[in-house]
Design a binder for this molecule. Structure first.
Ligand code: IPE
Ligand code: IPE
Ligand code: MG
Length: 242
């Protein structure tokens, strides 16, 4: 078995906040609040494992179907996180990007996102991508729509290629996703990074998201490093050869 280095880019479906709260007899929103603390711990720990880019699923296009109070709590948490952690991100060289649709988000949140992205745009020590109001199918459709708009505007339409479509996704510019982690024991993608997951490794962990942090991330990285990645070939490739 060949041992690979990396992962450079890790994506996490942060799941289990509601169950964490429920087993403690607390309202679901308390699970989300603890979830933000777990996110901060995980962002802090990621560079220690050589991770250069972390993408986290914060709110899906399907999460609008949750009770209004829960949706508004989640909006409030992202508002707080992107405001209170901005100085630290700037100081520590973290570049922040938010993936997903801006349409439909409260306008003050859109402003907060734009400000946070602009203030950290020159940072290159670490990239944090927060998928918020994100759905992979919608993201792929939006990328395809850009080709259509280009053709309709009379510009010479370029041939549709994998590279071209990939570069129009909201994750464009980040390295290939090496590892996708989902917490809470669920084993599905729930419309996360469908395109980018093509050759990612998957690790499913039973930890509920509010309990997550350096040691759980370390276990996931360890499992990843024992995997054989073949990319359709016959021999495993090390991260250095990718
Ligand atoms: C993940 O935790 C956070 C979001 C989806 C925003 P959940 O809220 O899905 O927690 P469970 O799955 O109900 O435990
Ligand atoms: C996926 O989790 C979305 C986020 C983690 C933000 P869900 O808890 O919403 O997914 P399902 O409904 O269990 O598939
Ligand atoms: Mg869930």
């Amino acid at each position: 078995m060949s041992v690979v280095d990396g992962p450079r880019h890790v994506a996490i479906i942060m799941d289990g906040n509601g169950r964490w709260a429920k087993i403690r007899g607390l309202p679901r929103v308390m699970g989300h609040r603890e979830g933000v603390k777990a996110l901060k711990r995980t962002v802090e720990a990621a560079p220690k494992f050589g991770i250069e880019c972390l993408t986290v699923f914060g709110f899906s296009t399907e999460n609008w179907s949750r009770p209004v109070a829960e949706v508004s709590e989640l909006m409030g948490l992202v508002r707080n996180y992107l405001t209170s952690d901005l100085d630290r991100m700037e100081r520590e060289g973290v570049r922040l990007k938010v993936l997903g649709r801006r349409d439909g988000l409260p306008s003050d949140i859109v402003q907060i996102i734009e400000r946070a992205e602009a203030r950290t745009v020159a940072n290159d020590r670490f990239v944090l991508q927060v998928a918020f109001n994100y759905g992979a199918r919608a993201d792929i459709v939006a990328a395809a729509q850009r080709y259509v708009d280009q053709a309709l505007s009379g510009e010479a339409p370029s041939a549709l290629t994998e590279e071209g479509l990939g570069s129009r996704l909201s994750s464009s510019g980040s390295p290939d996703v090496d590892l996708i982690i989902r917490t809470s024991g669920e084993q599905r993608l729930s419309n996360f990074l469908l395109w980018e997951a093509a050759y990612a490794e998957f690790v499913f962990q039973d930890d509920l998201w509010p309990d997550y942090g350096e040691s759980a991330l370390g276990r996931a990285v360890e499992l990843f490093r024992r995997r054989e990645r073949r990319f359709g070939g016959v021999e495993a490739r090390t991260a250095a050869a990718i």
